[in-house]
Design a protein around this ligand. Structure first.
Ligand SMILES: Nc1ncnc2c1ncn2[C@@H]1O[C@H](COP(=O)(O)OP(=O)(O)OP(=O)(O)O)[C@@H](O)[C@H]1O
Ligand SMILES: [Mg+2]
Length: 503
């Protein structure tokens, strides 16, 4: 369990205050009762000794009468003295008197053993009876030998009983009054102290704590107000400065990151363009291959027209048929040119496109070159309606890179039955595209490095080493897919995996 400081500290102060007030009250109570008892004992002793000596004086002048003793004790009776008993040497009661106003307290309390001891040893003895709130005192009577009637032998005992319940109650009242006052004072002190503690320390600590939590959650606009010039204010000022600095630092960091991101995006774009231009030469070769056959066909048509004309066989029907054939061929050639031109145009927007269509476009571009190198390409697209989302031309370039790499490997390693297989398949929400060849694969020593920029095993002028780097970047960063390579029994296989949910 965690108690917040703002409750814990006042609670501790309260507990300490309570403990101190209890201790003080206990000590004060003890002290007051002892004082009260001490006073009562002294008074009792004075009364006892004085009575003893009065009685001794009176009896020296002759016999003392009960009447005389009564008048001697009378002044004390009104006060606290409650009971007087005078005993002779045999401890027989010679004189006794009870105060009339306290009839309920008139119990005879006479301790013979104590009385005997007092009479023999001539010492006074005083006891406090806590229950009854009484002081019982025994005082020795020292009498001359010739005493008269009342105290026949020369020794005796005076027993006095003082009722101190009134004093006791008074003391109790004082103690209660005092304790209440102490409690009030301590309570007020605790309240005032707690308030001051809260106002000057805890409140500001709390604000600081809240601001820190906000700061952790990323709110850098926090500011804690604090007046004065104490240590806490200094801490708060330091905190404010720190928050400001962090905020400024975060701002510059964000700018830097944004700058780096932009720069990287820009560089990626440039790289894509560069790599595309690099393949341009290869592409022009492809166009040349692709045009060779139609150009031949066109030449043949023109020759045919010429021969027909020379032989005078060129009628309108004949000419029309040849012109139609020539137009078909020219249309085809111009489509090839358009395909190449489209490929070099960068896409502005991401879009959905059919894999089937894209693969067939790419095949159109590369077909002639592949055929020339005697490479057979198999395309297996499981679901003809499979769609992919992204920049169409960038992805075309990925396929071109992969096919060109396979082509290079197949030619370089002089594989007899050169094969490239392109597969696409939708499984659950995932689209798998795989390009594999039978060129023997990539050695384990370099397979981890082939996606690095500028990593190539090809000689100068034949490879830049950015093809796979670019391809992976396009697949993983621009299209949020994955690109992996593995070796099969036959050669290398590059897989691309895309989640088919929208971005
Ligand atoms: N299908 C493959 N079979 C064997 N090795 C391959 C294959 N694909 C790539 N490689 C190896 O990976 C290396 C890097 O390929 P990458 O396409 O990045 O660069 P490149 O083809 O050398 O140059 P370019 O920038 O012109 O594409 C190649 O040099 C080659 O050694
Ligand atoms: Mg390459």
């Amino acid at each position: 369990m965690r108690i917040p400081l703002k409750y814990l500290l006042p609670l501790l102060i309260f507990i300490t205050g309570f403990f101190l007030v209890s201790l003080q009250t206990y000590l004060y109570m003890h002290d007051e009762y002892s004082k009260m008892l001490g006073k009562s004992f002294t008074q009792a002793k004075i009364v006892g000794n004085r009575l003893a000596s009065h009685i001794a004086d009176e009896t020296r002048n002759g016999q003392i009468l009960n009447r005389k003793i009564a008048s001697l004790t009378a002044p004390y009776m009104a006060d606290t003295l409650d009971q007087v008993g005078i005993y002779n040497h045999k401890l027989e009661l010679e004189f006794s008197r009870h105060i009339a106003s306290h009839p309920q307290d008139k119990k005879e309390i006479f301790n013979r053993a104590v009385a005997l001891k007092v009479a023999q040893e001539q010492f006074s003895d005083l006891k406090y009876l806590k229950e009854a709130k009484h002081i019982v005192g025994y005082f020795p009577l020292d009498l001359p030998a010739h005493t008269g009637k009342v105290l026949s032998k020369n020794t005796g005992v005076i027993q006095l009983v003082f009722d101190i319940s009134t004093e006791y109650e008074e003391t109790s009242r004082t103690i209660i009054k005092n304790a209440l006052m102490n409690i009030s004072i301590v309570t007020i002190m605790v309240l005032v102290f707690s308030f001051l503690l809260y106002y000057f320390v805890l409140r500001r600590l709390n604000a600081l704590h809240k601001a820190t939590s906000k700061l952790i959650q990323g709110d850098f606009s926090v500011h804690v107000h604090s007046k004065g010039n104490d240590e806490l204010t200094q801490v708060i000022h330091t905190f404010n400065t720190m928050a400001l600095e962090i905020s400024a630092y975060k701002h510059t960091m964000e700018e830097k990151v944004q700058y780096a991101v932009n720069e990287r995006a820009e560089q990626t774009k440039i790289l894509i363009q560069q790599s595309r231009l690099a393949s341009m030469g290869e592409m022009i070769g492809n166009i040349a291959h692709q045009w060779r056959q139609p150009l031949n066909a066109l030449g043949l048509i023109i020759q045919k027209i010429e021969i027909f004309y020379e032989r005078g066989k060129l009628d309108k029907e004949n000419l029309k048929e040849n012109v139609q054939n020539a137009s078909l061929i020219i249309d085809n050639m111009s489509r090839t040119i358009n395909d190449f031109r489209d490929f070099f145009k960068p896409n502005k927007q991401k879009e959905y496109f059919l894999i089937k269509e894209l693969v067939s476009n790419v095949m159109n571009l590369l077909e002639a070159g592949l055929k020339q190198s005697q490479i057979s390409v198999t395309v297996e697209i499981k679901q003809p309606g499979s769609l992919l989302y992204g920049f169409k031309n960038e992805f075309s370039q990925v396929l071109i890179n992969l096919i060109n790499n396979s082509k290079d490997a197949l030619i370089e390693r002089k594989i007899v039955d050169k094969k490239i297989i392109i597969r696409a398949e939708n499984r659950d929400e995932t689209l798998f595209i795989r390009v594999e060849d039978n060129a023997g694969g990539i050695s384990e020593e370099i397979i981890d490095r082939i996606f690095e920029p500028y990593y190539t095993t090809k000689e100068e002028g034949k490879g830049t080493g950015i093809g796979l780097y670019m391809s992976k970047m396009i697949v993983e960063e621009n299209m949020h897919g994955l690109m992996r390579v593995e070796n099969t029994d036959q050669g290398a296989a590059f897989s691309m995996i895309f989640k088919s949910d929208k971005e």
